[in-house]
Ligand binder design. Structure first.
Ligand code: AMP
Length: 176
């Protein structure tokens, strides 16, 4: 499942899809809450892959994901916004001039949006509102995109729910 919230719709273009195999690989530990990053991106960096390997060490133990380590300030991140429940930081492999990830500080079973329960409604709303605050702070309120990759078919690579806030350039549609 892919959730895309975007203020623009007239930007259709051809999309390529060469990410399915990598996404299926990412599904292996999807339900374990394990820390995983898989290379769905054709332009994945060594940093991303190294972080993935480090995060995967405790894949089946329920140990902190790489995002938990960012929350705990165990690894550095460029923090854009923070409140009691939410943390937003710049993506290490930006896909747009502005590319910020918005995450719940408490994972609480939300390894992916597909695991959302009624009890998660409040935090889900807070995450969306935080995405708007990030867009405002980054000066992209005139046009930005919010993406949630949920599950292997959507090429999710980190199993701690996160919203991608993208902007600062003209977005295309479909997203691929
Ligand atoms: P997704 O593929 O939707 O699960 O997105 C995961 C995102 O996390 C990717 O866009 C990665 O570039 C990003 N990412 C992975 N590790 C880090 C990190 N240490 N700091 C910031 N972003 C990261």
């Amino acid at each position: 499942m892919v959730l895309v919230v975007t203020p623009e719709f007239s930007c259709r273009t051809n999309a390529t899809n060469n990410e399915e195999a990598a996404a299926k690989a990412a599904a292996v530990d999807a339900d374990t809450g394990a820390p995983t990053i898989f290379s769905c991106r054709t332009n994945a960096t060594n940093n991303e892959e190294a972080a993935a390997k480090a995060a995967a060490v405790d894949a089946d133990t329920g140990a902190p994901t790489i995002f938990d380590k960012i929350i705990a300030k165990e690894i550095p991140a460029s923090i854009v916004y923070e409140d009691e429940k939410v943390l937003a930081f710049r993506d290490i492999t930006p896909q747009a001039p502005v590319h910020v990830l918005v995450i719940p500080k408490l994972r609480d079973g939300l390894t992916q949006l597909g695991k959302a329960e009624p009890g998660h409604v409040e935090i889900l709303g807070q995450l969306l509102h935080a995405a708007k605050l990030v867009a405002e702070k980054e000066g992209i309120l005139d046009g930005f995109r919010v993406v949630i990759n949920s599950g292997p078919s959507a090429c999710q690579s980190v199993y701690h729910l996160h919203l991608h806030v993208l902007g600062g350039r003209q977005m295309k549609w479909p997203p691929g």
